[in-house]
Design a protein around this ligand. Structure first.
Ligand code: GLA
Length: 372
């Protein structure tokens, strides 16, 4: 859980922004809700010095990366960087191919805790991708510093089959998300496509320290920023996006500018009852158990026999959604807790039913807790 610069800021990153974001994570309470990584994406690096070491843009990062990482660490946060398994990054900056050991040692010396490793300007075949990712995975391990390794080849070579063995802790399963419910007219999957369609069947590959990554959150962007360009989403859609990502046990990397959040954005991102589904230590990825017309029911098994449930309306009109104990394949009685309304909703057993009326693209999320 944390924040990443790409969705809103793209190229326009600098050390002042990163410091303000770190401060905002602390002041808003988001850090204490679990968002601890502050990750710089592409365009921090301008080239290499005479020893082959990566160099940040001096105008954007005059204090250097180490001092910035220190600032972030002093606030109880962790610091992440971005590079690429090819000669260049997706934005055309210098990549790490051929410099993996130097780069990994340099990141460790700077105090980097997280590396997102992209796959532009690299050969398309899976065997080469596995080799490139394994080389960096080994280089990171050899530093002796624990560094979360995020593999970003957009799900094109079925990374869920090999990325953990290459050293990865998470791997993207899709192309770049854009800040919309529907897909972008010129490509780019929206929330609906990624959340409901593109993760189906991938739950078998997720578990502790090996996560499918359906890309970063667009909650709170409202059409502003690098991966926007449209009207963005409604608060109901952002709530659905966040709920789905939590039921999918997805990494939660905020992409919005958190220095000025609306109350709705703050409320969505800070909902600890929903976050607890995402962070449940059993580490199971939720999945769809029933689909009727334009409604879907998701289930996420949790620690101690508890269960996370999502009722979703994909339609743009209101819908009545119900789920039975038999849809959920539960046994025994459970207390029902409503995680957006923060109220208890009685009990359910295998012959029981839960019913809700949902607005366009809205959802209801429950936690079932065994009564004994
Ligand atoms: C790729 C990645 C994005 C982002 C950009 C940066 O498109 O998938 O998440 O990191 O590169 O250039």
């Amino acid at each position: 859980m944390g924040w990443n610069s790409w969705n809103t800021f793209g190229k326009a990153i600098n050390e002042t922004l990163v410091k303000q974001v770190a401060d905002a994570l602390v002041q808003s309470g988001l850090r204490d809700a679990g968002y601890v990584y502050v990750n710089l994406d592409d365009h921090w690096q301008c080239g290499r010095d005479e020893h082959g070491q990566p160099v940040p843009y001096p105008d954007k990062f005059p204090g250097g990366i180490k001092a910035l990482a220190d600032y972030v660490h002093q606030r109880g946060l962790k610091f992440g960087l971005y590079s690429d398994a090819g000669e260049k990054t997706c934005g055309g900056e210098v990549g790490s191919f051929g410099y993996e050991a130097i780069d990994a040692r340099c990141y460790a010396a700077w105090g980097v805790d997280y590396l997102k490793y992209d796959y532009c300007y690299a050969p398309a075949d899976a065997a080469t991708a596995i080799q490139h990712y394994t080389t960096m995975g080994k280089a990171l391990r050899a530093t002796g510093r624990p560094i979360v390794y995020s593999i970003c080849e957009w799900g094109e070579r079925q990374p869920w089959l090999w990325a953990a063995e290459a050293g990865g802790h998470l791997w993207r399963t899709t192309g770049d998300i854009w800040d919309g419910w529907a897909n972008h007219p010129h490509g780019g999957p929206g929330i609906e496509q990624i959340g409901f369609e593109m993760q189906r069947g991938l739950e078998a590959y997720a578990g502790p320290s090996r996560w499918n990554d359906p890309d970063m959150l667009v909650v709170g962007m409202y059409g502003k920023g690098n991966t926007s360009g449209g009207a963005g989403c409604t608060d109901a859609e952002y709530r659905t996006h966040f709920s789905l990502w939590c039921l999918l046990a997805a990494p939660l990397l905020i992409g919005a500018d958190i220095r000025g959040m609306t109350p709705a954005t703050q409320e969505i991102l800070s909902n600890r009852e929903v976050i607890a589904l995402d962070q449940d230590e059993l580490g199971k990825q939720g999945f769809c158990v029933a689909k009727r017309a334009r409604t879907e029911i998701f289930k996420k098994p949790l620690l101690f026999g508890e269960v996370g449930i999502g009722l979703f309306n994909r339609d743009s009109r209101e819908a009545h959604v119900s789920v039975t104990g038999s849809d959920l394949r539960i046994r025994g009685r459970y207390h029902v807790r409503d995680l957006w309304e923060h109220v208890d909703r009685g009990e359910i057993d295998e012959s029981g039913e839960l019913r809700v009326d949902l607005g366009p693209h809205a959802c209801a999320i429950f936690r079932l807790v065994p009564t004994e």
